[in-house]
Design a protein around this ligand. Structure first.
Ligand code: NAD
Length: 359
């Protein structure tokens, strides 16, 4: 493990993208998206993923120097063709448009096709909350989720993010995958040699497994909720709902038609993912929205915990805590594997390596 100064995290990813010929704006935006994931503790979606994005640009599966364009629009809706740019370029473009429409008509609903992986969904919904609006950010993704009663992954981990502003820069922030856990968490258990709890993953034989190595091989995750008896069908339903609102509505690839996102993809086949950004202006409804959001947040935070060592927190508090710590310390601590991958990428792309501060 080693510490890396935060400005180095952004500098390094930006340099890697620029070394591949990506324009400065797209390179910076994509680098910031990766940094923000690590900043709030979602290491599965930060530097850890850099080689996937690098690989996609190298083999032509993603073309970041193009520009997204609006295919069709009304005062409150738009259908965007991302033109196979980075997920971050597509999402900044589309969320900014949805915010503009919500400010003008109360609602802004933008659906996106031909996009790429957009990282942590909360980052996009937060853009609207910073302007006093509430927002959903939804995306489909490569198949990993096995529908209840099935033994084959045909839906993505299709994340749902919803952020609503409270008073004094506080906010309700919910952002989660619709599988019980991510592949990243399974890999973490494999590294630690820990048994998986029931309801997380299937093994290669299509049966639920507690062995993280088998689960890594099979890449078949159970839906949020786990087995049928613990209501896993609700997670399956939520993932399917995201697919209807993203891929099916946008006319991008959807569900079982989406490529698997693996480093061995040398075919240049694009992801053609779909996203949805739905922004609403709470001022169009009852006055006092932010005050009531804040009142709920503080009520929950002040509830008596079942275990005194584990205080009740509000959705988003964990991210605020970790993000605040990163901001204060100015460094991020990475595990050996991520540092090794970064060194390899630096060598391949002839980019100045990350500055590592040994612990
Ligand atoms: N782009 C993609 O294709 C894709 C796919 C899957 C996941 N993701 C991203 O990965 C990230 C992680 O997803 P995840 O499902 O592993 O998240 P997770 O299981 O850690 O859940 C996170 C959510 O739960 C809240 N939370 C956590 N503990 C809590 C507690 N004790 N009380 C109240 N709320 C609590 C957090 O504030 C957050 O809103 C998300 O940012 C998601 O958007 C992206």
């Amino acid at each position: 493990m080693a510490k890396v100064p935060v400005e180095e995290v952004i500098r390094f990813s930006t340099d890697c993208f620029k070394a591949l010929g990506v324009n400065a704006k797209a390179a910076c935006q994509q680098a910031d998206m990766l940094y923000q994931a690590d900043r709030i503790g979602y290491f599965s979606h930060g530097l850890n993923r850099l080689e996937f994005y690098v690989n996609d640009v190298k083999n032509g599966a993603c073309t970041p120097n193009k520009q997204p364009k609006v295919e069709k629009e009304t005062v409150s809706m738009a259908w965007v063709n991302a033109n196979n740019v980075f997920g971050s370029t597509a999402s900044h473009f589309s969320m900014d448009l949805a915010i503009k429409k919500a400010k003008c008509s109360g609602v802004g609903w933008v659906c996106v096709k031909e996009s790429n992986h957009y990282g942590i969904g909360g980052y996009w919904a937060m853009k609207a909350a910073k302007q006093g609006l509430m927002a959903f950010a939804l995306s489909n993704s490569s198949p990993l989720l096995v529908p209840t009663r099935s033994k084959k992954a045909v839906l993505g981990t299709n994340p749902i993010a919803f952020v609503a502003p409270g008073c004094d820069d506080d906010y309700f922030y919910l952002d989660f995958a619709t599988t019980a856990v991510s592949m990243g968490k399974i890999a973490f258990y494999a590294r630690k040699g820990r048994k998986l709890p029931d309801g997380w993953a299937l093994g290669p034989n299509g049966k639920m497994t507690n062995d993280p190595k088998e689960a890594m091989k099979a890449r078949q995750l159970m839906p949020l909720g786990g087995t049928e008896s613990s209501s896993g069908y609700k997670g399956y339903g939520l993932a399917a709902m995201v697919e209807v609102l993203c891929g099916i509505t946008a006319g991008s690839k959807y569900g079982h038609h989406i490529r698997s996102w693996v480093l061995s993809n040398k075919s240049g086949g694009s992801a053609n993912l779909g996203h949805a950004f739905i922004v609403m202006d709470p001022h169009q409804f009852a006055p006092g929205f932010k005050e009531r959001v804040s009142e709920c947040l503080s009520y929950w935070r002040n509830m008596e915990p079942a275990d005194p060592k584990l205080p009740v927190i509000a959705p988003g508090d964990m991210e605020k805590l970790v993000g605040g710590k990163t901001d204060r310390e100015g460094t991020i601590t990475y595990i050996k594997r991520i540092l090794e991958h970064s060194r390899k990428i630096a060598k391949d792309l002839k980019v100045k390596p990350l500055k590592e501060i040994p612990l």
